[in-house]
Each structure stands twice: as C-alpha cells, then as structure tokens.
Design a protein around this ligand. Structure first.
Ligand code: SAM
Length: 485
C-alpha cells in the first residue's frame, strides 16, 4: 500500500479533505530510508498480532507509514529546559526573548524569524519555540552537499559546520549564496564538485569560507562553513545563547527527569549519563542538594557531563567513566566511586543505549538488522545492575529514544517477570501515549507506560491545539517507571 493509500484509509476516521491537505503539506521529504530488512522488521513491530486483534490491518499499516514519513521531518517545536534552579521561568523566558531578538537583528532575513516563546502548560521548566516550516524556499544553482547528520542539525536550526560539508562548487568563495543539500545515503565523495545521488534540499545560506579552506589545506576546517539565511525549517540557532539558563533538550527527555521525581538530599544513579542532559536536570530538580552519580562507558564523553554540570552551576554531580553492567560491587565497604554495593541508591535512571529509531529528523540509516537488534541483551545486563543497586522502596526509570517493542514494552514484560520485586508505577507528567500492544502486557500495564508516538497525530498537525501539538509531535521515545518493593 502506498503512503497516499494509507492516508486515505486513515482519512475515514477524520475530516478527509483537511487531513489529505495536511499530510501533503507536511511531507516535503521522502520517508526515512531504511534497508529493506529493517523496514520489514519495523513493519512487523507496528503490524503485530496483538495490534491486528485490536484494529484493522489498514489502520495498523497506516500508522507504520506515517511513522516512516514523520521520522524524516523535524518536530514542530524546539524545546528548551529552563534552569529554574538559577532563575524564575518568566525571567529566563524574557532574557531568551531579548537574546533571540538580537540574533534576529543580525540575520539578513530578520523579519521572518519567530521569537514566540511559550511556557509548557504542565511542565514548570519547559519553554517551547514553534518551528516555522516547511517554508517555500527555492533552491539555487550553486550547491553545497553536507552529510546526513549535518543536514538533520540544519533542519533543527543549526548553521552548517565546516566538517559536515562533503561537496562544494568548484569556485566557491566566501560570501557566495549557496543551496544546501543533505546526502541521504552517505554516497557523495568527499571534496566532490557536484553530486547527483539521493539528496534533499534543506535551505539556502551564505558560504563563510572558500573551497580551498574547506578541502585543500592540511588542517581540517573548523567553524561555520555556511550561515543559513533561508532554512527550509526556521528555528533559532542556540549556539552560545544563555548557556547557563537555556538547555536544548527534547521534550520527552525533560519528562524523564520529572517522572524520576528526585528529591533534595537523595542519592541518585544515572547509569548511562553522557552528555549529561538528564543528569543535570536531575541535579537541578534536587536544588543541587544531595548526590547525583553519573556513569558512562566512553571516557571522552565524561568531560561533556562535567562541562554541562559546570555550565549549569551544579555541584552535586560526580561523573565517572565506568561500564555500568559491572557497577555492582561485592564489597560493602566500597562506597566512594564505582562499583557500588547493592542497594546504594534512592533512585536509578537507566536511559539505555538503544537503536535510536525515534530520533527526528532522520532521513535514513545504513544500519542492518544486526545492529538494530543488538541492544536488547545489553539493556538487560544494565537492568540487572540497576535493580541490584536500587534500595528497597526506591524508584527505577527506564527510557529509550527508539520505537521497537524489543527495546521497550518487551523489556518491561521481561523485567516484571524476572524481578518480582518490581511493580509498574504511574508517571507524572504523562503527556505521551500509552504503551504499544505486542508484548503481552495488560491494558492496565500499557496505560502506566509512556510512549511518545509522533505518527499517531501526524495528520492532525495543522488543526491541533498548540500545547497538544508540542506534546505529540516529538521524537519517538519510551518511558517506564518501576518501584522496588
Ligand atoms: C541514550 S545515551 C544517554 C543520554 C544521556 N542520558 C542524556 O540524557 O544526555 C546512552 C549512553 O550510554 C552509554 N553507554 C553505553 N553502554 C554503556 C555501559 N555499558 N555503561 C555505561 N554507559 C554506557 C553511551 O556511551 C551513551 O552515552
């Protein structure tokens, strides 16, 4: 079934004319490009037996097709976590508005930049900035090609950084107006002068360096390579804007901190912490009173955790490079650094390494099924350590930024069976959808889970109230909260 056909099937549920118009308006990019084996696997997730017992085959297929479409598009809001441990929300909102106005004045397309900043109606430290797009921008004849990661960053408001550029016109000079294209499959040869492969247009900008500085010197080029003046999706660039007060973070990630519910004076473990977005949120929610232990296996990522803690003036965070699967010690006297004795922590966050298939915008991945399916065993090893390190009566939050059942609902079903001491808990706030059918969980259990599923509201984007749209048009994400009895 084609995407249009799938849309038509869903259209029977709502006003069809409006829906078709919105789907077309929003679908400026092709669906996320996946290896056929990965596309088949994902389809089997969204069109599974339990789902088919509850809804029509075409409805399930439609949800899957919409997922593929919305993954390649950016969410419609930029989410900023405000440092309310340092200043009141209104003050931060005002300062941010002033800073972004200054940015506007420096931009050549000043009048087009939106500075609307909305407080989230239910989350006290969230500010939302609507993303304007897709805008009617015409491509030019001069083309710069960037890698897919850089292309995704541009769609979320960034300028083009020089290391992301893979091709440029032969005689490109500083100040030239250029169109920027994202190389979807990573097939463009570095330093090429043109590229005809699979690519998408992400906007127009002004070259900040010539071709020679990009490709013909010994030193790798640094800094902004193209300053975007007409991005397809317009949202402010946060590079260096109020670094201690405004932290860019996806909305579901901010929800994780609140769901964990840390209290001043507690001892908290963040098992997979880098770059420290959630670690710093936890410390801020505790008013920097207590101890937040942050572990990550990758040494150079530990510096990022420390830098973020310093930038946000948080002293209660201690970061260690450590493999969290080994974080339980048999020596009860060893309490300083990792490994720790069992039952050392009041709350544990397991924001697990995952296949990342909820990230947006993501125009394509070259990963095969082997990579996509490699995370479940690692997540289970980490889960074992998490449960042992948690005190009785303590809270464990498990989260991922992916959409598979294997890494989400199936992990919950496995955890409930493996650890009889765990019970699922309600989440506050609960602004996402409930868990997905397919892992044998009961309706009550599914209601306790929080799955951010942008595909569920994709066609309603044009008509839904702003705050509801911000809650639903997010990255794909999953949260489960357990109590250890
Ligand atoms: C989803 S990211 C964490 C994002 C982070 N919680 C945040 O909000 O900024 C997963 C992290 O797990 C780390 N990781 C993977 N395996 C690990 C292990 N065995 N022990 C500790 N960290 C691990 C990765 O290096 C990666 O930084």
């Amino acid at each position: 079934m084609s995407c249009d056909q799938a849309s038509d099937v869903c259209g029977s549920k709502i006003a069809q004319g409006t829906q078709r118009q919105n789907v077309e308006e929003m679908s400026v990019f092709p669906k996320i490009s996946l290896k056929p084996e990965v596309a088949d696997f994902l389809k089997s997730v969204f069109v599974n037996k339990e789902v088919l017992a509850a809804v029509d085959h075409q409805v399930a297929e439609c949800r899957f097709q919409k997922l593929l479409t919305c993954l390649s598009h950016p969410p419609s809001y930029t989410c900023v976590r405000a440092s309310t441990h340092l200043a009141p929300l209104e003050e931060i909102r005002h300062k941010l508005g002033e800073e972004l106005k200054k940015q506007q004045m420096c931009s050549s397309s000043a009048e087009e930049v939106s500075v609307q900043i909305l407080p989230h109606p239910r989350i006290p430290d969230v500010l939302l900035l609507p993303v304007d797009g897709p805008r009617p921008v015409e491509p030019l004849s001069s083309e710069v090609v960037v890698d897919a990661q850089c292309g995704s960053a541009v769609l979320r408001g960034a300028h083009v950084f020089a290391p992301g550029i893979v091709a440029s016109p032969k005689f490109m000079k500083t100040g030239d107006l250029v169109s920027v294209f994202s190389d979807l499959e990573g097939k463009c040869t570095r330093a090429a002068t043109s590229f005809q492969g699979k690519r998408v247009f992400v906007g127009n900008g002004v070259a900040q360096m010539d071709r020679f500085s990009l490709f013909c010197t010994d030193k790798p080029a640094k800094g902004i390579g193209v300053r975007m003046v007409e991005p397809l999706y317009q949202s402010p660039s946060f590079d260096g804007v109020l670094p201690s007060l405004a932290f860019l973070q996806n909305l579901p990630s901010v929800v994780v901190g609140h769901v964990l519910g840390p209290r001043p004076g507690e001892r908290i473990l963040d098992m997979c912490a880098a770059p420290g977005g959630k670690t710093s949120h936890i410390a801020a929610l505790m008013g920097d009173q207590g101890e937040v232990v942050a572990l990550d296996r990758i040494r150079n990522k530990i510096d990022r955790i420390r830098e973020n803690a310093q930038m946000l003036h948080l002293r209660s965070i201690t970061a260690y490079c450590f493999n969290s699967t080994q974080a339980v010690s048999s020596d009860p006297a060893h309490t300083e650094g990792p490994p720790f004795p069992p039952e050392s922590f009041d709350r544990v966050l397991l924001d697990a390494p995952c296949s990342g298939l909820g990230q947006r915008p993501n125009m394509g991945t070259t990963w095969g099924l082997k990579e996509i399916c490699s995370y479940q065993p690692l997540q289970r090893k980490l889960f074992h350590a998490a449960v042992r390190l948690l005190k009785k009566g303590g809270v464990l939050v498990y989260s991922t930024c992916t959409v598979t059942l294997a890494e989400n609902e199936e992990q919950v079903a496995w955890a409930l069976e493996t650890f009889p001491c765990l019970t699922l808990q309600p989440q506050e706030p609960h602004i996402g959808a409930e868990g997905m059918l397919g892992a044998g969980l009961s309706p009550e259990q599914l209601r306790l889970l929080q799955r951010f599923s942008p595909e569920l509201s994709w066609e309603q984007t044009g008509t839904t109230a702003l705050s509801r749209r911000a809650d639903s048009d997010t990255i794909g994400f999953f949260i489960a909260k357990f109590l250890k009895g």
